[in-house]
Design a protein around this ligand. Structure first.
Ligand SMILES: Nc1ncnc2c1ncn2[C@@H]1O[C@H](COP(=O)(O)OP(=O)(O)OP(=O)(O)O)[C@@H](O)[C@H]1O
Length: 112
């Protein structure tokens, strides 16, 4: 199992969610976060306000998928989240050692 974490522009959340659902992803977690990348020294506009260097509002997405689906899921997120402009975000992949569905006790791929 892989945990795919993506930090994206908030207005791209619906596009990414729709693309992931279309790709068959069974669930996801989203969190409002703030952060910065290499855009330091530049400005970004969010809801009409300009942010400089400091923490820019972003959405963090977490999706756990089978190993075989990880690369395609990353590609799906990139395609849906990209604007080509600075601050589009990042996506990274982490190994998951155990996944359990609390209701049934199912584990691993059965619990996705
Ligand atoms: N190294 C990192 N570790 C953790 N989170 C990061 C890292 N880099 C960026 N982020 C998160 O991703 C968000 C968007 O990053 P950003 O798109 O600015 O990355 P970048 O690599 O600087 O790319 P760009 O050149 O497009 O700005 C940041 O606001 C931050 O929340």
């Amino acid at each position: 199992m892989k945990l795919i974490t993506a930090v994206i522009k908030p207005f791209k959340l619906d596009d990414v969610k729709d693309a992931l659902k279309a790709a068959g992803v069974a669930g996801m977690t989203v969190t409002e976060v703030r952060g910065f990348g290499r855009q330091g020294g530049h400005t970004e506009t969010y809801r009409g306000a300009e942010y400089k260097i400091d923490f820019v509002p972003k959405m963090s997405i977490e999706v756990v998928v089978d190993d075989a689906a990880a690369d395609a899921t990353v590609d799906t997120i990139i395609q849906a989240a990209a604007t080509g402009k600075i601050g589009d975000g990042k996506v990274w992949v982490t190994d998951v050692s155990r996944l359990v569905r609390i209701r049934t006790g199912e584990e691993g791929g059965d619990a996705v």
